[in-house]
Design a protein around this ligand. Structure first.
Ligand code: ADP
Length: 355
C-alpha cells in the first residue's frame, strides 16, 4: 500500500511495498510517486493528477486497472492497481493498493500458451479433415468435367446434327459440373467463416496495457525500454479483444526475442487513426531485423529461424487480423530492427451508443 498527497508525493510506503519495489520507506517518503512507474506514466502522472483536480473525472480512482510498475532496479512488472481517495485533516490523500501479478500472469501466460497450442492443433486437424473432404468432393465434378470435355473434343468436327447435339450436351454437363464445384468451394468458405471472431467495441488503450503487461513478464530483467504511445482519438475499436491481445502478445514476444543479443533494446507500440474507419498499430523493435530468407514468406505457417520455434505465431496473427477486417505487414523499424504494422476497424463512440 502506498499513500500519496494531492501533489503525488509519497506519504507512506508499507513494508510489503518495500519488498515489492526494493525501496526503503525513508528513501521514498516525500518523493514523487511517479518513480514507481515506467514511461510513459512516469512523465505523465503529474498531468493525470492535475487533470483529476481540474475536472474531477475519475479514470482510475475507484475503478482499478492492470498496468505496469517499476522497481528500484529499473525492472518492470505487471500489477493490479486500485486507488482510493480520502480527505484527512491535512487535505486530500490517495491510497494505492498494488498487487503484484507476476505469478498470476505467469500462470495465465502458460494457460494462454496451452490454449493457443490447443486452438492451433484443433485448427490444423480441422483443416486436415476439411482438406480431405474437399479433395474428395471436388474430385467428382472435376473428373466428370474432364470426361465430358474429352468426349466433346473427340466429336468436334462432325457435321451431323445428332453428333452436334451430343457435343452440346457434353458441354452443358461440363458447365453444370463446374457450377457444382463452385458450390462446394462456397460451402467450405461459409463453414470457415462461421467460426468468426466475436467482435465488440473495446478500448484499445486498455487492451494494449493488459497485453503489454502480460508480454513483459520477465522482460524487465532484460533491460528493455518500452514506449507506448496511443492516439487518444482512435481508442475505440471493433474487435475480438482476446484475439487482438493474442496478436499483440505474439508480436511483442517476437520483438523481445529478436532483441536478445541487441546492444540497444527498445520496443515501441503506437496507434494512430487512419482515415475515419481504421486504426493503425505498430509494434517496432531495435533487434536484428528480418532474416532475408524469411522476409518474403514471413506469414506462412511453420516458418521459423528459432531452435524449437513452431513458426506459427505470425500466420495465426494474420488469420486473426484478416478475420477482423484488417491487414498485417512488416517493414524495417524506425528503431533499427523490424516493425510490424496492422490495422483494426475503428468504432466511433456514436456507434457504441447505438450498439
Ligand atoms: P516463431 O516465433 O515460432 O519462429 P513466428 O511465426 O512468430 O514463429 O515467426 C516466424 C519467424 O519470423 C521467426 O522465426 C523470425 O525469424 C521472424 N521474426 C518474427 N518477428 C521478428 C522480429 N520482430 N524481428 C526479426 N525477426 C522476426
Amino acid at each position: 500500500m502506498v499513500v500519496i498527497d494531492n501533489r503525488g508525493l509519497i506519504l507512506s510506503f508499507s513494508s510489503a511495498a518495500e519488498a515489492m519495489f526494493g525501496y526503503a520507506e525513508h528513501e521514498v517518503v516525500g518523493e514523487d510517486v511517479s518513480i514507481l512507474m515506467p514511461s510513459p506514466d512516469r512523465e505523465r502522472h503529474d498531468g493525470y493528477l492535475e487533470r483529476y483536480h481540474h475536472t474531477g473525472e475519475r479514470r482510475i480512482i475507484g475503478i482499478g486497472r492492470v498496468t505496469t510498475a517499476r522497481r528500484r532496479d529499473g525492472s518492470t512488472f505487471p500489477i493490479e492497481l486500485s486507488i482510493g481517495e480520502a480527505r484527512s485533516e491535512d487535505g486530500q490523500i490517495f491510497t494505492g493498493f498494488i498487487r503484484d501479478l507476476t505469478e498470476r500472469q505467469k500462470t495465465e501466460r502458460r494457460l494462454q500458451d496451452l490454449q493457443g497450442e490447443l486452438t492451433h492443433v484443433s485448427r490444423v486437424s480441422a483443416m486436415g479433415t476439411l482438406a480431405a473432404a474437399l479433395a474428395h468432393e471436388l474430385n467428382q465434378p472435376l473428373t466428370a468435367i474432364a470426361n465430358y470435355m474429352e468426349g466433346a473434343r473427340d466429336l468436334v468436327g462432325a457435321t451431323d446434327p445428332e453428333t452436334i447435339a451430343m457435343i452440346r450436351e457434353a458441354l452443358d454437363e461440363a458447365a453444370q459440373q463446374s457450377v457444382r464445384a463452385g458450390q462446394i468451394v462456397r460451402r467450405l468458405r461459409e463453414f470457415i467463416a462461421r467460426g468468426e471472431a466475436e467482435k465488440r467495441i473495446e478500448s484499445l488503450s486498455k487492451l494494449v496495457t493488459e497485453a503489454n503487461a502480460l508480454a513483459l513478464v520477465g522482460a524487465g530483467e532484460q533491460g528493455i525500454e518500452v514506449t507506448v504511445s496511443l492516439d487518444p482519438s482512435a481508442d475505440q475499436v471493433l474487435v475480438d479483444r482476446i484475439q487482438v491481445q493474442q496478436v499483440l502478445l505474439n508480436l511483442i514476444r517476437n520483438a523481445i526475442e529478436a532483441m536478445h543479443d541487441a546492444p540497444v533494446r527498445r520496443l515501441e507500440i503506437t496507434s494512430r487513426a487512419e482515415g475515419e474507419s481504421l486504426v493503425h498499430m505498430m509494434v517496432a523493435d531495435s533487434g536484428g531485423g528480418l532474416d532475408p530468407d524469411v522476409a518474403a514468406r514471413l506469414f506462412e505457417p511453420f516458418l521459423s529461424t528459432k531452435d524449437g520455434g513452431m513458426g506459427l505465431g505470425l500466420s495465426i496473427c494474420r488469420t486473426i487480423i484478416e478475420a477482423q477486417g484488417g491487414r498485417i505487414w512488416a517493414e524495417p523499424s524506425p528503431l533499427g530492427g523490424t516493425a510490424f504494422h496492422f490495422t483494426l476497424i475503428a468504432s466511433t463512440p456514436v456507434e457504441a451508443a447505438n450498439d
